[in-house]
Write a protein that binds this ligand. Structure first.
Ligand SMILES: [Zn+2]
Length: 121
């Protein structure tokens, strides 16, 4: 059984579907059996998807109650998870752009070379 802290650190990756299949399975299994982490997961999902403010607040309060954590502490944790997730998304986006640019460059060079060859004929 994995520790709750470890699971909570993995939740952003789990949410973003960037975790390995093994990690995903471990998180899923843990959430089934651990009320505290499930509460954490649900309220964080609400936080991340920016549900209606009062609804969000209620879920945070419930999560704080279930996990015995302070709301301020929980909000702080969510904010840091959220920024981690944003950074990861940004990095993935930058990688995708870099790949697209290099493919485009390759294709352009290929076209230019083809045109040059035609000119020579
Ligand atoms: Zn747990």
């Amino acid at each position: 059984m994995m520790k709750c802290d470890v699971i909570r650190d993995l939740i952003p990756m789990y949410m973003d579907k960037t975790a390995s299949a093994e990690t995903e399975e471990a998180v899923r299994e843990h959430l089934k059996s651990c009320r505290e982490c499930k509460g954490f997961f649900d309220s964080w999902k609400a936080y991340e998807t920016k549900e209606a403010g009062s609804e969000n607040k209620k879920k945070l309060e419930r999560a704080a109650e279930v996990s015995g954590a302070d709301i301020a502490e929980l909000e702080y944790k969510f904010a840091s998870l959220s920024s981690k997730l944003k950074k990861r998304r940004l990095r993935n986006l930058l990688i995708a752009i870099a790949v697209a640019v290099s493919v485009l460059t390759y294709v352009t060079i290929d076209i230019v070379n083809t045109l040059k060859r035609k000119d020579k004929r």
